[in-house]
Design a protein around this ligand. Sequence first.
Ligand code: PEP
Ligand code: MN
Length: 357
Amino acid sequence: MLIVMKKQATEEEIRAVCDHIESLGFRPHPLPGAQRTAIGVTGNQGMVDQGTLEEFSGVAEVIRVSKPYKLVSRDVKEEDTVVHFPGTNASIGGRNLAIMAGPCSIETREQAFAVAEQVAAAGAQFFRGGAYKPRTSPYAFQGLGEEALRIMADIRDAFGLRIVSEALDSESLELVERYADMIQVGARNMQNYSLLREVGQTRKPVLLKRGMSATLEELLMAAEYIMAEGNYQVVLCERGIRTFVDHTRNTLDLAVVTAVHRLSHLPIIVDPSHGTGKRNKVVPLARAAAAVGADGLIVEVHHQPDKALSDGAQSIYPQQFADMVGEVRQIARILHRDVLDGIQVEAQASAPVRGSR
Ligand code: PEP
Ligand code: MN
């Protein structure tokens, strides 16, 4: 159910409707838009009395939402969601394409800083790096854990880059939430509903990667799990799906970008690294993602990819990345969008590790 408030509805009128919804045992989600506030209602297995709600002052309309996903839907919020990073000019989902780059895994302080320095100089706003790695083999490098998160927090201090890192489970989530600016949920965990719920209880932006065999609806439902817990700062990520082809590691489904934009107000970025698995295909697919209207890119970059402990074959060199950013910026401009040249941070906003939940 969706309650559309009148354009001139006051804070008190919105609050009164939310209080009533809560008194019925349901959860209200007020989502302010440019034109009006809409209040999504979740938890309603049974019926909410539509007539009573329509009588509340400030209510324009009460709509039953027939789609299985509600809060992620454009029916609930017409305007695109823009995720902001306080104290910086970085955002995801607005006019600018967000650029995230870094190694698959944080291996050493020297490696992480070498890559970070170059991606910052090339114009990235976000630094990605795995601290907890979901590896196919239990014998493969599993990540440096908290030590990697500490290194990334130092990278934020040194270069201003906002930090994106994956949480694998409750334990790593607590640490990733504490150190990083954005919590990544990986493809393998897209349908880990208890993790999605926990991530929904945090107040950090979430990067939700599409599962390797997930449909669009399954992806949107996974985002719905996070939003239903009250965290509305969700960014989707297409990272390739498993198909019969063997010329790439996965098949990058760029059409899903346009499909998401029709159905949902959430931003969607593209990962051409996992999407192809091959260095020579990353830059062409990054250009294509910008052309199809993606809200950003997340790219694996390594200064010595042949020595990388994970995903070396799909990691591009810093110079390739710098050239890519220039090309993507030109493509974005044709589409009346742009790419920031790096990130600007307000002096006091570089405070490193914030308190835990
Ligand atoms: C990653 O970003 O390094 C990663 C493991 O991605 P995915 O979950 O898409 O495989
Ligand atoms: Mn990787």
